[in-house]
Design a binder for this molecule. Structure first.
Ligand code: ADP
Ligand code: MG
Length: 679
């Protein structure tokens, strides 16, 4: 009897060449093969009479080879093999393209299950390149066929051979269940070996569903155990303790009463930084929820405790804007603030660097420029990364390295469900701003098509006449892909359509100083309309803007559109958002209508995640989590929540998983690269 630790090389029918390919897929042992789950299934349980298959079907028939397969050379690079099969209901031609082997494999007079696509009607009807396996004509048995993700050169038959051997080895003593029994009972999760058999060789699709549920749970549970462990371990580190020396004055200086969500988040921050351990907290809140207030509170705590704070923003525009908000606020509290960006002139830069180095600048706002070599802080005690999803873990770390285990606050306006945030942002604690400042009216949103264009221009004119301002966002800077509006071109059009209105243009290819100039003019009300690319997506705050128009909105992601919409509705006046693009097909219409139906960023993020998948959603993988084989973070949210709770509960009772050696081994295996997480 084979053992699970045996090499795939020992499997009969797997030669050294195949074995090398399998190893290239990460399959070294039979156990590895068990964890190479199928990515899909083909249901071949329904066997259809050949007379009933129709053009476009993917069907499974049980039929006898009637005419011997004939291989014909059609032209260079094109061979065709033709045969006819039959069952009690009729006959069906079968054709293979460029397959030299089938003619030798299919025996005339023998019965096979053929599975493949049918095309054509009447006399032209045929099955194209079906897969086949022998069967007994009078007792045909269809099956659910697993579809594996395969490297080039590896066939499904190879994978079936290896997984068959692995499942046989599983029949022996190998692989006891590592999930604690009470947990399995509580969630109705079948036993491990049973699930592994079912996921690879299901008899029904219901088998797959049940097995998958358990295997997803186990994967998420292992992930959460590792995350909880990392979080705990960091709690053991020592950091600087900031005392509350003046938050009361901060609240007074703010100029408006904080929302209760802001109060709560600031209180969480205050507790973190007073604890003597380094804070690592994510503040998450929909656009306009007022995250900057939380960042400001941390900066004040740091400064009043004799430390410097650094706030890093992803764009120059945003950094400048944060500086504009923070400098006066901090000034009222007698604290100093400096700005450092890449586009500053040499003299200004030198001065800023000197202030940072001497400690005269208590709070420093900037862009990536903050992490450059020449920047030295005197005593950096707190770091804020705004719009966290724009930064990599490495950039955050580089900023932190300029201090000694500073407190870290990251802020994200990409509202994702809390449980998912816990996972994607790794070992961070999370504060949620689930409330908008009072007096905000929801932005009225309309998804429109081309025939509304003139009316929208009139509406834009009216908003300007009422004293408001408008953003117009285009997908491109200049003319490129046909049919898409470019910002440059569209600015010209609007200058003609809205005579007398001051139309500005802003895009990513402009020099930073130019960009700042245009943005400042718009903020000051010296421009009525700002045509731009998505450079204004994050953070920009001009409360007087009441209209957002997005051209070719179908080209943007849902969360991105929601971010853009968040640029308006920041003042007391009713604001509007117009998405062009409903006339670009069913899918576009559905997506844009979803946005007009809801302004709940969490709901939108969930829909976005479901459509695009988490990898795409967050850009490059920057969170450094172990890869998941089966779980889908968006689709398996409920299980994720349970896994998170259970992992926390188990580790609270048994911090190094004492008494659960099998489970611990599995957590260590999954988290291999993250180092020794139980020490
Ligand atoms: P975001 O969470 O999108 O970063 P900001 O911090 O930029 O939001 O805040 C958006 C706007 O709301 C700013 O103009 C800010 O001054 C204002 N604001 C924030 N908190 C409050 C509040 N509690 N009451 C009134 N206005 C607020
Ligand atoms: Mg912000």
């Amino acid at each position: 009897m084979a053992a699970l630790s045996d090499s795939v090389r020992a499997v009969r029918g797997v030669g050294p060449k195949k074995a090398a390919l399998l190893e290239g897929m990460g399959l070294y042992t039979l156990e590895d093969a068990l964890y190479a789950y199928p990515r899909d299934y083909e249901d071949r349980t329904a066997i259809v009479p050949v007379a009933d298959v129709r053009d476009g079907d993917r069907a499974c028939v049980c039929a006898v080879v009637g005419t011997a397969p004939v291989l014909r050379h059609i032209r260079r690079g094109m061979d065709i093999t033709k045969l006819t099969v039959f069952d009690g209901s009729g006959t069906l031609p079968v054709t293979y393209f460029n397959n030299k082997y089938v003619a030798a494999q299919l025996r005339q007079g023998a019965a096979y299950l053929f599975y493949g696509r049918v095309q054509g009607e009447g006399r032209a009807r045929m099955m194209v390149s079906p897969e086949f396996e022998r069967c007994e004509e009078d007792r045909p048995q269809g099956r659910i066929v697993p579809v594996y993700a395969l490297a080039a050169g590896v066939t499904r038959r190879d994978m079936e051979r290896v997984t068959d051997a692995a499942l046989q080895a599983l029949g022996g003593a190998g692989m006891p269940d590592f999930l604690p029994q009470p947990l399995r009972e509580k969630y109705g999760l079948p036993e491990l070996r049973h699930c592994l058999r079912r996921i690879h060789r299901p008899e029904t699709l219901e088998d797959v569903r049940l097995a998958r549920r358990r295997l997803v749970f186990e994967e998420l549970f292992l992930l959460c155990c590792g995350l909880s462990r990392l979080r705990e371990r960091r709690r053991g580190e020592r950091g600087t303790a900031f005392l509350d020396t003046g938050l009361a004055a901060f609240w007074d200086a703010l100029g408006f009463p904080p929302t209760s969500a802001q109060r709560r988040a600031v209180e969480e921050v205050r507790c973190d930084v007073a604890s003597g351990r380094p804070m690592n907290r994510l503040v998450q809140g929909d656009v306009g929820s007022g995250k900057t207030v939380v960042a400001a509170a941390l900066c004040v705590l740091a400064a009043q405790n004799g430390y410097q704070a650094a706030l890093m923003a992803p764009t120059e525009i945003l950094a400048a804007q944060h500086y504009e908000t923070l400098a006066p606020l901090l000034g009222r509290l007698g604290l100093s603030c400096a700005l450092l960006t890449g586009s500053m002139g040499a003299a200004a830069r030198r001065e800023a660097l000197a202030e940072i180095e001497s400690g005269r600048a208590q709070v420093v706002v900037g862009t990536h420029a903050l992490i450059q070599k020449g920047v030295t802080f005197r005593r950096l005690g707190a770091v804020v990364a705004d719009e966290q999803h724009r930064f990599g873990v490495a950039q955050r770390a580089a900023l932190c390295a300029k201090g000694e285990t500073p407190h870290v606050l990251v802020m994200s306006a990409t509202p994702i469900p809390r449980t998912l945030a816990l996972i994607l942002y790794g070992d961070l604690d999370v504060s949620v701003l689930d409330e908008l400042p009072p007096g905000r009216r929801p932005v009225e949103t309309y998804a429109v098509g081309e025939k509304m264009r003139q009316r929208i221009y009139k509406f834009m004119e009216k908003q300007c006449a009422l004293g408001g301002q408008a953003y117009v966002v285009c997908p491109l800077v200049e003319e490129g892909e046909t049919g898409l509006r470019s910002a440059q071109q569209h600015a010209e059009i609007l200058r003609q359509e809205l005579p007398g209105r001051r139309v500005g243009l802003l895009h990513g290819r402009m020099k930073p100083a130019e960009k700042d100039g245009v943005m400042a003019a718009f903020a000051a009300g010296a421009l009525d309309v700002l045509v731009s690319t998505t450079v204004i997506e994050v953070g920009v705050n001009v409360p007087n803007a009441t209209l957002m128009v997005v051209e070719d909105a179908d080209r943007f992601g849902l969360s991105q559109l929601h971010q853009l919409r968040g640029r308006v509705g920041r003042g007391e006046r009713q604001s509007y958002c117009i998405f062009f693009g409903v006339d670009k097909g069913e899918a576009a219409r559905g997506r844009l209508r979803l946005l007009s139906a809801t302004s709940d960023g969490f709901e939108i993020a969930r829909a976005d995640l479901a459509q695009r998948g988490p990898g795409d959603f967050f850009g490059a993988r920057q969170h450094g989590l172990p890869p998941l084989r089966l779980a889908d973070l968006a689709g398996d949210m409920a299980l994720l929540q349970s896994a998170q709770e259970e992992a926390a509960a188990l580790l609270a009772e048994s911090p190094a998983l004492e008494g659960y050696p099998l489970l611990r081994a599995r957590v260590e295996k999954m988290w291999g690269q993250a180092g020794d997480i139980f020490n």
